[in-house]
Design a protein around this ligand. Structure first.
Ligand code: M6R
Length: 467
């Protein structure tokens, strides 16, 4: 039996998700590749194989993606691709955007640090790219018609899910569009009765997360219009969507998502404004004010990054001595509290939880003592006074409050906090982007003090391509 026949016979019997690269002791110049589920890309030139095009970026930008069930024989001169039934197939050769950026850390100690400081530049691409969509010009995405959909479904995992949760607040508040959202590992199995007239958004930095892809396919089967908010437009999620909304963040290498998160937020904000405009739920003046705020984000981010580092580093040194940290917030600061906690736990291994501040009395308050710092995210918004009263409850029980607020909030709060980080006062729609900066830096510096592997924390992978 030849190699091809053996491969075909073997793949007919193999079950489940796989991405295989088979090497031969007696023929080192050949590789047989096969994919079902997790991604595989062939790089052209000297011929390469990788699960992520970023890995190919230093060598080639000409790539061919294998589809589910495909297998390929790769040799020095090229690749022959076969489908699941063993028939030769052509798969398009594409120019990968990833090759435009050669991933290196530059002057920074870690990719995560570099990516935190890249945010003003990265997020600056979003308003420029989405302005035509917000203004409903002819070149906007016609297939995604916010005016006619009764509901919007959103699904994603981890940090991307938390960005979606913040997006839900915006779509509901500004565009009066009800949003059904869940983590993709639940969404895919819940058998949610969704109308084919609805639309669904799937958010993923990598565009390859298995649960998010499965949720997308569930919605596709039901006939919903599918939008993908992805960093890698060429990814599986990007390719299977009806409309792609790129986050334009450039490659994110650190396992902890930072710039992808704030760029996802910027795209969600742009889409929510566009939806509100199309649905006539806000005035033209309000649209313009929101767009102006969005365009201000890069400048304010730079200002914050230039000023908060010493204070955050000091605080991180202290935080690194604790075993548990609680994050609290209301409104869009609630998902942000969960994101702050996720960032801290995944890279410093300190246990952290994010809670809606209003839930404090329903359980977590029992944990409060001097050994558990409470990080309160409270911009001076319509929830501020309520969050302050939660802070007082924490302080009254001997808890250590670390307040992250803005200039107005710092003046208004009379509480004697352990630390206060003061940010510029900004419009509500960009507050989550600005307030995520101290949370990212706090997690980063705490992990650096503790000496963990910041870019590749234990047990985690950058993209989770199997369930
Ligand atoms: O590539 P994706 O955005 O789909 O990844 C989703 C999550 O795995 C990811 O956001 C994860 O939670 C990050 N490590 C968090 O920093």
């Amino acid at each position: 039996m030849g190699r091809g026949e053996a491969m075909h016979a073997m793949l007919k019997r193999v079950k489940g998700a796989y991405a295989l690269a088979i090497l031969f002791e007696d023929d080192p110049s050949s590789i047989i590749a096969a994919r079902n589920g997790p991604p595989l890309a062939i790089g052209h030139g000297e011929m390469f194989l990788a699960s992520d095009v970023i890995a190919l970026a230093p060598f080639t930008n000409e790539v061919t993606y294998l589809l589910d069930g495909d297998w390929a024989v790769i040799g020095k001169g090229g690749a022959a691709i076969f489908d699941v039934d063993g028939y030769p197939v052509e798969r398009p050769r594409q120019t990968s955007m990833a090759a435009a950026y050669l991933a290196n850390r530059g002057q920074h100690r870690h990719f995560m640090e570099k990516e935190i400081y890249e945010q003003p530049e990265a997020i600056g691409h979003v308003p420029a790219h989405y302005v035509s969509l917000i203004e409903n010009r002819a070149d906007a995405v016609p297939i995604f018609d916010f005016a006619s959909i009764p509901t919007l479904a959103i699904s994603a995992c981890g940090t991307a899910y938390l960005a979606g949760l913040i997006g839900k607040y915006w779509f509901e508040r500004y565009a009066r569009l009800p949003v059904e959202i869940d983590v993709a590992s639940e969404f895919r199995y819940r058998e949610i009765p969704l109308s084919p007239q609805s639309a669904a958004l799937f958010i993923s930095q990598s565009g390859e997360t298995a649960d998010t892809l499965a949720s997308l396919r569930y919605c596709k089967k039901l006939g919903l219009t599918i939008g993908a908010i992805v960093n890698a437009a060429e990814s599986s999620i990007g390719r299977e969507a009806d409309a792609v909304f790129p986050i334009l963040a450039g490659p994110e290498i650190g396992v902890a998502s930072t710039k992808a998160f704030t760029c996802q937020l910027a795209v969600l904000a742009a889409l929510a404004i566009s939806a509100a405009r199309t649905r006539g739920t806000i005035t033209e003046n309000e649209v313009q004010a929101l767009v102006r705020s969005l365009a201000e984000t890069p400048r304010i981010m730079s200002q914050v990054l230039d000023s908060i580092q010493p204070k955050v580093e000091l605080l991180a040194r202290e935080l690194s001595k604790y075993h548990d940290v609680l994050y609290l917030g209301r409104g869009t600061s609630f998902p942000l509290a969960m994101e702050g906690a996720l960032k801290l736990k995944e890279i410093s291994y300190i246990h952290a939880e994010g809670y809606a501040a209003g839930e404090l009395k329903h359980g977590p308050i029992a944990l409060i003592d001097k050994n558990m710092p409470v990080i309160v995210i409270a911009p001076f918004d319509r929830f501020f006074n309520k969050t302050v009263s939660n802070m007082e409850e924490v302080a009254a029980r001997g808890g250590r409050v670390i307040l992250v607020t803005d200039e107005k909030g710092a003046t208004a709060s009379k509480l004697d906090t352990t630390h206060t980080i003061v940010l510029p006062a900004v419009d509500e729609i960009i507050a989550p982007m600005i307030f995520s900066l101290p949370l990212q830096l706090l997690a980063y510096h705490t992990a650096v003090f503790l000496g963990t592997d910041v870019d590749q924390p234990r047990n985690l992978a950058k993209s989770v391509t199997i369930e």
